[in-house]
Design a protein around this ligand. Structure first.
Ligand code: ZN
Length: 137
């Protein structure tokens, strides 16, 4: 928990452009009405496109840090992972495992360099070239 600093007491937003309170101040904004992104997330919510309405400030190693505040009543439910979303993630991962040269899906991710699988990479070590167990099969 950062140490509270009244430097951030600015409910009118005169100095900070946004209404600002010291992080952890008991007279700060009502957490039932205003919540940070992290607090929303803990409640299964997300800002849902709304503008930030305020912020909490604290010091970290001589610098200022802020957590934006959002209206709880404007927050939206976080979208749970649907089977379709999982399917698209699995598809994307499979694409990363598939060699563009021989179109084979490997059991490893194709490196950006050389961008092809071990069989298609002319510079990849071959049997006998290396003691590396990966290639010595
Ligand atoms: Zn290949």
């Amino acid at each position: 928990m950062p140490r509270m600093s009244m430097f951030f007491w600015d409910p009118e937003g005169l100095r900070f452009d946004l209404p600002t309170w010291p992080f952890g101040h008991p007279d700060g904004p009502d957490p039932e009405v205003f919540a940070t992104y992290r607090e929303l997330k803990a409640r299964g919510l997300r800002p849902g496109g709304q503008e930030k309405v305020g912020q909490l400030g604290w010091w970290i190693r001589g610098g200022m840090r802020f957590a934006y505040l959002y209206r709880v009543d404007q927050a939206k439910k976080r979208r749970p992972m649907t089977p379709a979303k999982w399917a698209s993630i699995h598809k994307a991962l499979a694409a990363r495992r598939t060699c563009p040269e021989c179109k084979t899906e490997k059991d490893y991710y194709i490196n950006r360099d050389p961008g092809v699988c071990g069989e298609c990479d002319p510079n990849a070590p071959r049997d006998g070239d290396s003691d590396d167990p990966v290639f010595a099969a």
